[in-house]
Design a protein around this ligand. Structure first.
Ligand SMILES: [Zn+2]
Length: 207
């Protein structure tokens, strides 16, 4: 199929930086930039793109929009409606849930312990929750040698935007995490890696 028949939906649920009682990584500081780059490249490659749809909760609400308990919130319900509406006009919807991680991410700590290079991308791939077969392989093949620090970790039922999209009937849905540290150390990295990912995602739709 041609690129223009695939409708990409980009979501950034964690762009709101709220105080978190446990002092955790509370917002994804690189995710909006990453989603905007993805949008730019996908459009240039001829795809249809909606979003980035930025997470929105009121200041008094402490809820993670990527968790099941947020399904009743307005932002989640609105996302459901948009997806259902899009599926009415094309069966080829590809949801990309965009996140970023800091050095405290578990896969970074694990790589350090095992003496492996610092991961720059995390791709949550579990057939139960992520219905993009072949995506890690496509990315690994597309990434130049220096960018192979890609981790593919199992999805979790907590990745609820991806899980919900699958329930609704979205054909491809995936969660991607970008390294904030990598973007700080190399200003061009984000634009390069998002182009690679955009091409790999379009490649997947032609499988
Ligand atoms: Zn996140």
């Amino acid at each position: 199929m041609s690129a223009s028949t695939v409708a990409f939906v980009l979501t950034v649920p964690h762009r709101v930086c709220a105080e978190h009682p446990q002092g955790r990584h509370t917002c994804d500081t690189l995710a909006v930039d990453a989603a905007e780059w993805l949008r730019e490249w996908l459009l240039q490659l001829g795809a249809t793109v909606k979003g980035p749809i930025l997470g929105d909760v009121s200041r008094t609400e402490v809820v993670d929009l990527n968790r099941r308990e947020s399904r009743g919130y307005e932002w989640r319900r609105d996302l459901d409606s948009r997806l259902v509406e899009m599926l009415g006009s094309t069966p080829y919807v590809f949801l990309v849930d965009v996140h970023s991680f800091d050095t405290g991410a578990p896969w970074t700590a694990r790589a350090e312990l095992e003496g492996r290079p610092r991961p720059v991308l995390a791709f949550l791939n579990d057939r139960k929750f992520v219905n993009v077969v072949g995506m890690p392989e496509a990315l690994r093949n597309a990434l130049p040698g220096a960018w192979r620090e890609l981790v593919s970790v199992g999805g979790s039922p907590q990745n609820d935007i991806v899980a919900r999209a699958r329930e609704i009937g979205v054909r491809w849905s995936v969660l991607i995490e970008f390294s904030e540290a990598e973007a700080r150390s190399d200003p061009d990295w984000l634009s390069r890696v998002t182009l690679t990912i955009a091409r790999a995602m379009l490649g997947i739709t032609r499988l």
